[in-house]
Design a protein around this ligand. Structure first.
Ligand SMILES: C[S@@+](CC[C@H](N)C(=O)[O-])C[C@H]1O[C@@H](n2cnc3c(N)ncnc32)[C@H](O)[C@@H]1O
Length: 83
């Protein structure tokens, strides 16, 4: 199955991330691309970043995590030098 070539890698490594499921989810999502994607328990955001929905509702109980995403949305930029 072909990978979605606009898929974005999650900015954080998150325990039990679902990035590995994207090829299987794409097959289902491709029939519902105009729908609102609900990613509850969004954690590392791997599903939303992998499927690239037009609209998504994201939720997580971890307020520090949500704050991190809010800062990215506002333009936070960080450059981690390669070792
Ligand atoms: C296994 S991680 C999700 C991984 C994500 N699907 C991914 O692929 O990166 C589970 C997430 O659920 C969140 N969580 C746990 N209980 C929650 C609750 N009651 N409401 C919202 N989020 C919750 C945790 O903070 C954690 O980020």
């Amino acid at each position: 199955m072909a990978r979605h070539n606009t898929s974005i890698a999650p900015p954080l490594k998150w325990a039990v991330g679902k990035r590995w499921l994207i090829p299987q989810l794409e097959a289902i999502w491709s029939k519902h691309k105009n729908a609102l994607l609900l990613e509850l328990f969004c954690g590392g955001l791997s599903v939303s970043l992998g499927l690239q929905p037009q609209t998504a509702l994201l939720n997580d109980v971890n307020s520090s995590l949500i704050n991190f995403y809010e800062q990215i949305k506002k333009g936070l930029y960080f450059d981690i030098p390669a070792r």
